[in-house]
Design a protein around this ligand. Structure first.
Ligand SMILES: O=C(O)C[C@H]1C=CC(=O)O1
Length: 96
């Protein structure tokens, strides 16, 4: 099942830089692990914002929720999830 997920990160201005850097480093490691195993298919920066648009390939909504809520930056994110299905006009065979 494919989902478009938009994550907007809002770290508190009062968070010490070292704590923010550590969270971002751990987040990157988790994200790259999920990208390597194919679960986090795409990760794009939204230009001009501390936000991303991602495509996840998961087995269930529960798996997606578990994954998103386990991200190190999750407590500081606004997350919007949109379910996707194949477009009948698509000529790609990697979008199902
Ligand atoms: O930077 C972000 O958009 C937040 C988050 C998503 C992946 C990652 O490494 O950090």
């Amino acid at each position: 099942m494919l989902f478009k997920v938009e994550m907007t990160v809002r770290l508190p201005a009062t968070m010490p830089a070292a704590e923010a850097d550590a969270l971002k480093k751990t987040e990157r490691e988790v994200a790259q692990g999920l990208m390597r195993d194919g679960t986090w298919r795409h990760l794009w920066r939204v230009a001009g914002r501390y936000a991303n648009v991602s495509i996840f390939d998961v087995d269930s909504v529960e798996q997606l929720h578990q994954l998103l809520s386990g991200l190190p930056l999750f407590p500081y994110m606004d997350v919007e999830v949109v379910p996707l299905c194949r477009h009948p006009s698509s000529i790609r065979d990697d979008d199902r």
